[in-house]
Design a protein around this ligand. Structure first.
Ligand SMILES: [Zn+2]
Length: 95
């Protein structure tokens, strides 16, 4: 088994939301849950960086076999994204 990372990206590859998961047979269910999460969390259905409304899913297999194995790397990435989100939240909005 491999850990997948599914991202919801704009056409310029800016990530709106991402989910790591283990079971490769559940991609459609994961994408459906991500769309529901975007609505539930009140996330705008466009890119906050470039304003694009052309969003799509992209899935990739990570080098990790389990979420436990991937956890440290995911936490480092999550922390970096939180810093980026905070920096951009301080800038004037173009859209
Ligand atoms: Zn974008």
């Amino acid at each position: 088994m491999k850990v997948h990372l599914t991202q919801y990206l704009c056409e310029n590859r800016h990530c709106i939301i991402a989910v790591a998961w283990e079971d490769s047979d559940q991609r459609e269910r994961i994408e459906s849950m991500m769309k529901a999460a975007v609505k539930w969390m009140g996330i705008n259905p466009w890119c906050g960086l470039c304003g694009s409304t052309k969003l799509h899913f992209e899935d990739a297999v990570t080098p990790f076999a389990t979420l436990a194995e991937a956890n440290e790397s995911l936490k480092v990435c999550e922390a970096a994204q939180a810093v980026t989100r905070e920096v951009f939240s301080q800038l004037p909005k173009t859209n």
